[in-house]
Write a protein that binds this ligand. Structure first.
Ligand code: NAD
Ligand code: TDX
Length: 346
């Protein structure tokens, strides 16, 4: 039995990981740390709150004293750091908190790992650290040796954290691994991100704000496949290594939006082209050969099935996302998109 500290477990991927891990490895104890920012929802963890092998602690990963105290108490075997400010658009509006949480928080967690017995540390990173690829070169992919070349304050803060993780490996011998995954989708995805935003707006017959011409390409992976990859890396990965995670499922944003409209039986007249994101990355595409060859990982959920499952989840769990969009998040939405009917069209 191991004790695993999972940070950011009230968020999208961390929450899915908590559910996945408790199901697959019921002998392990999970201690979830989350600051419960706007993106953290305790309702995501409601069904495991009474599990004797689960503990939730409301804590900021930058709170050094609180983190060290928790390590002293729990004596974890493994730390998996999901906690982050994760939305590119918010990082463009206000970079400061991204540097604080994503870089300083990572340093704090690794310092605690060093202090309490050189604990195994996994950093959940992103393909965005590699920058972007051109739309007219479908032969190009990100490998683990692609140079770091970031575009947004978000991706720069994630890249800064990755560099720090590798520095802790080399300088202190901390046993670290890093995963760099492509775009995830699935249950509990906060409705500020493309897929859940489009599902929620479609269901409410609201305009669907597509940035630019909708031609930017993302490489989508069902969240459970990401959770499986992280579990494999933590168990069998080599320390000091980076693993790219992605399922060769590239799609243009506009095609995703049209697919959601079709699945929900709505009309394409809901599509509203709005001003493009500043510095908008054109295309992400992961080469997952290393994790496949070394750890035998392969994605299991095909996009056609995963998107249907995801839409069904949002239909079956309306209260989860309706609560979010009726609260504080609405202020952000109004600031970002205004009244899309009068917005800045292309
Ligand atoms: P999310 O925004 O849904 O969740 C982040 C969670 O972290 C929230 O519960 C939030 O409350 C918590 N948090 C934020 N700041 C904190 C702090 N200072 N201390 C403690 N908790 C804090 O994000 P997500 O989409 O689940 O992403 C999780 C991780 O995966 C991030 O590190 C992100 O960079 C990475 N990632 C995301 C994707 C994606 O498609 N969503 C893809 C690749 C990598
Ligand atoms: O309203 C929108 N309209 C739109 O056209 C939103 C929110 C997004 N988009 C576009 C921008 C991107 O090209 O859709 C694409 C996906 O956007 P996001 O959902 O914001 O994701 P992205 O910027 O690709 O970043 C995501 O994947 C990598 C996660 O949010 C990051 O945390 C992760 O690291």
């Amino acid at each position: 039995m191991s004790t695993i500290i999972v940070t950011g477990g009230a968020g999208f991927i961390g929450g899915n990981f908590v559910h996945y891990h408790l199901k697959e490895h019921p002998e392990d104890r999970i201690v979830c740390i989350d600051k419960l920012t706007y993106a953290g929802n305790l309702s995501t963890l409601a069904s495991v709150m009474n599990n004797p092998n689960f503990r939730f602690v409301k804590l900021d990963i930058c709170d050094r004293e609180g983190i060290f105290k928790l390590f002293e108490e729990e004596k974890p075997d493994v730390v998996i750091n999901f906690a982050a400010e994760s939305h590119v658009d918010r990082s463009i509006e206000d970079p400061g908190i991204f540097l604080q949480t994503n870089i300083m928080g990572t340093a704090t967690m690794m310092d605690a790992c060093r202090e309490y017995g050189n604990i195994r540390y996994h950093q959940v990173s992103t393909d965005e650290v590699y920058g972007d690829l051109p739309l007219d070169r479908p032969d190009l992919f990100f490998t683990e040796t692609t140079p770091i070349h970031t575009s947004s304050p978000y991706s720069s803060s994630k890249a800064g954290a990755d560099l720090l993780v590798m520095a802790y490996f080399r300088t202190y011998g901390l046993p670290v691994t890093i995963s760099r995954c492509s775009n995830n989708y699935g249950p509990y995805h906060f409705p500020e991100k493309l897929i859940p935003l489009m599902i929620a707006n479609c269901l409410n017959d609201k305009p669907l704000p597509v940035y630019g011409e909708g031609k930017n390409v993302r490489d989508w992976l069902y969240v459970e496949d990401h959770c499986k990859a992280i579990d494999l890396i933590v168990r069998n990965g080599s320390v000091g290594e980076v693993y790219n995670v992605g399922g060769h499922n590239e799609m243009a944003n506009i095609d995703i939006v049209k697919l959601i409209i079709k699945e929900l039986g709505k009309d394409e007249s809901l599509i509203t082209y709005v001003t493009d994101r500043k510095g908008h990355d054109l295309r992400y595409a992961i080469d997952p050969t290393k994790i496949h060859n070394e750890l035998g990982w392969l994605p299991e959920t095909k996009f056609a099935d995963g998107i249907k499952k995801t839409i069904k989840w949002y239909l079956d769990n309306r209260s989860w996302w309706e609560e979010i969009i009726s609260g504080e998040y609405q202020k952000y939405y109004d600031k970002m998109y205004g009244d899309s009917n009068n917005g800045d069209y292309l």
